[in-house]
Every structure is written in C-alpha cells, then in structure tokens.
Ligand binder design. Structure first.
Ligand SMILES: Cc1cc2nc3c(=O)[nH]c(=O)nc-3n(C[C@H](O)[C@H](O)[C@H](O)COP(=O)(O)OP(=O)(O)OC[C@H]3O[C@@H](n4cnc5c(N)ncnc54)[C@H](O)[C@@H]3O)c2cc1C
Length: 454
C-alpha cells in the first residue's frame, strides 16, 4: 500500500479510500471532450468535514494534487483527474442539513443533487431556482464550482445569486466560513462570491447556505416557429424590449429539434428553422403569452402554439432539457457556451451558421435565448482526424466571434481545461495576473485542482 493511501486511511474509513484501478479509472473525467485526464492515484469519499480536512492535510503534507468532484457532469474538464492526484468525490456528503421557511434558506452539503434540493424546497412552498438541464444528476457543490445556470435564469438569475454563505476546507485543512445566513450583509470582501465559479481551485466546499424563493405559480409556455433564426432572435429582442419578464426563453434550431424528436418522440415541429419556447410563471400567464405571441407573429413567426396547461408546458421544458443528450446521439459532440449581450444574439447565431458552412460541419444550436447564452454543439466523427481538427478549429472560431460581439467565452459551463487559453484572452494580462495572485493566497502550494482555469 502506498504512503498516500496509508496516511489517508488514518482519518477515513477503509471503504472511503479506494485505489483499485477499475474504480480510479471511473473517476478520471467529466463529460467534456478534448481534455486531458488520467486515472487518479486514489479516490476518496469523505462523509464529514473532519474527513475532508484530513484529506487536505494529507495532501498538503505529501504535496499531492486534489481534484474535487461532484457528479462529473461538467462540460469543461474542470473535474478531470490527473495521474498521482487524489480525486475527492463529494457525493457521500449529500444531506440537506436545514430548510428554513422563515429565513428562506437551506443549508446543504455539497453532494446534494440539484433536483433533490428543489423537491425538498417545494415541500415547504419554496423553490431553489437555479435549474441546469442536468438537474437530476448534478450536485449543488458542482453548481457552485461552475457557477451553473439553467432554464429559468432569464427571470431568476444564476447560482451565484443564491449562494449566501459557504463552509470551505482550505488546502492546508483550515475551515473557512464565508458569508451569512441573513437576507442582507456586506461585511468585508465577498469571499463567498469568489468561490462561485472557482472550479475547485481555491478550496473544498463542505456546506452551503443557499437562498430560497417562494414557489412561483405554475408556468405556462408557448412554442413559436420561425422560418429563420434571425426572425426568432428579433422576437427575443422584441419581447425583452417590451418589458416582459418571461421565466423561460429558449431557442432550438432544426438540427436540435429533430434530434430531440428522434430521441424521445416529442412531436416538436421539425421543419421549422427555429423553435422559440417562451414561458411565464406570472399571476396571469395566459395574457402574458397572448402579448408575447403577438410580438412573435410581428417578428415573423409562422406558427404560435400555446401549451394547453402547465403539464403541456412542462413537456416543452423537458424537450429543451433533452437537447444536449439528443445532439450527443448524432456523433461526437463539443458543446460551446458563448454568451453575448442578448441584443447581439442574432449576429452570434448568424455567425455560427457561417462557421458551420466554412468548416463543413453540422453545428446544432440550442440557447438560453433570454440570457444571450448560446450552446452551439459541434457534431463530428472522432475517428476522422481531419474532421476532428476542423471541429476543434470551429469551436475556437465560435469563441472568437463571441468575444468580438462583446460576449464571454463561457456563460455557465466554466473554463476547466477546455477554454484555458481563451480565459487569458478574455481577462487580459492584468486580470490574469491578479487572478493568479488570488489563487496563490488560498493555495500557496498549488495543490488545489491544478491546471484548471489557467
Ligand atoms: C445533459 C447536460 C445538461 C447540462 N445543462 C447545463 C445547464 O443547463 N446549465 C449549466 O450551467 N450546466 C449544465 N451542464 C453542465 C454541468 O451539469 C454543470 O456544470 C454542473 O454544475 C456540474 O455539476 P457536477 O456536480 O456534475 O460537478 P462536477 O462536474 O463534478 O464538477 C464541476 C466543478 O466543480 C468543482 N467542484 C465540485 N464539487 C466541489 C466542491 N464540493 N467544492 C469545490 N469544488 C467543487 C469541480 O472541481 C469542478 O471544477 C449540463 C451537463 C449535461 C451533461
């Protein structure tokens, strides 16, 4: 047995320290393609804060890198392990410790699955809004690590807006408490926010205080068909400019609609160039939808179909949630995540269509249109080297276009390994240098998920 495994076992149950190569191989990577990974030396499954502290003290003592992992549904390689590293799986710390309807907060361990928290909140007439499409599997710790978004973020915002306070085990094993459980609070630098989207490079989140909201009324949605992507984007702008506050505003192109139909026989209209889903969870969603339907028609919608009830609306949502798994069935995929100001969504998607043509590739598009957050999905044959190189180049061209349009290389999936070079371009030299210095304050030995972000 190696020194590392032996020392880890001094503070963790035997079953919580696994170095069997069949198991370590299973924890080597998340769901991103084109990213290096290797089986870690050992996978650990702590169940208490003290056990996480023991792991970090051991790692510091032996100078061994640690890769925190949630459900490994990430799409940027941020949870990928490296040879010799400890993969620190947080899946066994999965308790909801508190749910308080008066303070409207939940205190959760990081391994709680997003949808479980939502269901628990619903039992108290509350909701936890951040809702990535992967919500049935991804964890709150992973959502904090990536700063995850989702379908209802157009109205309710992203994970960062719901994280009030954190307990974090630092690389040297100290326990840091950040933030608050009060509705307001401005004491000192906002270290809580710093950890959101830090991709496990600063410390290990072992508990989070998250804000809950009153459960909204059931959502009603419509589906609008457009003969061009441009017209659909014009409708998005018209709806936002008119002051509407939709709780859902999602776009899918023909390729995506067909892929979803093929996977789940959803009966979506598959001859349309662009399908826009708009939903409201307001007090009078039917009249909001009527007004938005009119705006869609003025922008050129060929058909506007309101869902009959909230059940049918939920089916539309489900169809959108299936977009990525459905596109995955068309071949090997690379999912981009460029966000632009929503006023420039049309230019962005026209540019993506040009890139698909120039690089002779299929690029399916789905988008959190109300947020200007696009997910162009490059489909290619991984066995064909030349096509794979084209796919990678088209992925880069999409990010370059996003930056040109005043956007960001990642709206919600994070940088990980996949977009490291691009982060430097987005931040510029001063921003990058300061970010490196911040990392060194928390992690002077550089053992916390090294090689991610920059
Ligand atoms: C089908 C599909 C749909 C998706 N839809 C969306 C979507 O709509 N919106 C969206 O934002 N993302 C989406 N994603 C991406 C992914 O689900 C999110 O990035 C999610 O937040 C990852 O959570 P996870 O538990 O899988 O974390 P992991 O992938 O395991 O880890 C993600 C990052 O968080 C770090 N981390 C994990 N736990 C901790 C911890 N306790 N402390 C410190 N760092 C930690 C890891 O080191 C890593 O850097 C989707 C993915 C799939 C496969």
């Amino acid at each position: 047995m190696s020194d590392l495994v032996e020392l880890l076992r001094e503070g963790l149950p035997e079953a919580a320290v696994v170095s069997d190569p069949d198991v370590t191989a299973a924890y080597r990577q998340d769901m991103a393609g084109f990213c290096d990974s290797a089986p870690p030396a050992v996978v650990v499954f702590p169940q208490t804060v003290e056990q996480v502290q023991h792991v970090m003290r051991t790692a510091t003592r032996l100078r061994v890198p640690v890769v925190p992992q949630g459900a490994r549904t990430g799409l940027s390689g941020a949870a990928n392990a490296a040879a010799g590293a400890i993969a620190l799986s947080m899946l066994k710390m999965d308790r909801i410790l508190e749910l308080d309807p008066v303070d409207r907060i939940a205190v959760v361990e990081p391994g709680v699955v997003n949808a479980e928290l939502s269901r628990a909140a619903a039992r108290h007439g509350l909701s936890y809004p951040p809702d990535p499409s992967s919500w049935e599997s991804c964890t709150v710790g992973g959502n904090i690590g990536t700063g995850a978004g989702g379908l209802c973020c157009v109205k309710y915002g992203v994970t960062a807006e719901y994280v009030l306070g954190l307990d974090v085990v630092l690389p040297d094993g100290r326990l840091l408490r950040t933030g608050r459980r009060t509705a307001k609070g401005v004491a000192g630098y906002d270290l809580t926010r710093l950890f959101v989207g830090a991709e496990g490079t600063l410390g290990v989140v072992v508990a989070a205080v998250v804000a809950l909201r009153p459960a909204p009324p059931p959502q009603l949605a419509l589906a609008a068909e457009f003969a061009s992507m441009d017209a659909a984007c014009a409708a998005v702008c018209a709806v936002m400019a008119a002051g509407h506050v939709p709780s859902l505003m999602e776009l899918m192109d023909t390729t995506t609609v067909r892929a979803v139909n093929a996977m789940a026989q959803m009966g979506l209209p598959d001859s349309t160039a662009a399908l826009l889903l708009v939903g409201f969870d307001s007090l009078d969603p039917a009249s909001d939808l009527a007004a938005v339907g009119e705006l869609c028609r003025e922008a050129g919608a060929t058909e506007v179909v309101p869902a009959a009830d909230s059940g049918e609306s939920e089916l539309l949502l489900e169809a959108r949630r299936l977009a990525l798994p459905a596109l995955d069935r068309l071949g090997t995929t690379m999912i981009d995540d460029v966000a632009v100001p929503r006023s420039r969504l049309g230019e962005m998607l026209a540019g993506v269509a040009r890139i698909a043509e120039d690089f002779r590739l299929t690029i399916g598009v789905c988008a959190h249109a109300g947020d200007g957050n696009t997910h162009p999905v490059v489909v290619f044959d991984a066995k064909d080297e030349e096509e794979s190189a084209r796919a990678r180049a088209s992925f880069d061209a999409i990010m370059a276009l996003g930056l040109e349009l005043g956007g960001t290389i990642t709206g919600e999936h994070g940088v990980g390994l996949l977009k490291k070079e691009w982060l430097a371009r987005e931040l510029g030299p001063v921003g990058l240098e300061l970010q490196r210095q911040v990392k060194a304050v928390f992690d002077p030995l550089g053992i916390m998920n090294p090689g991610k972000l920059f």
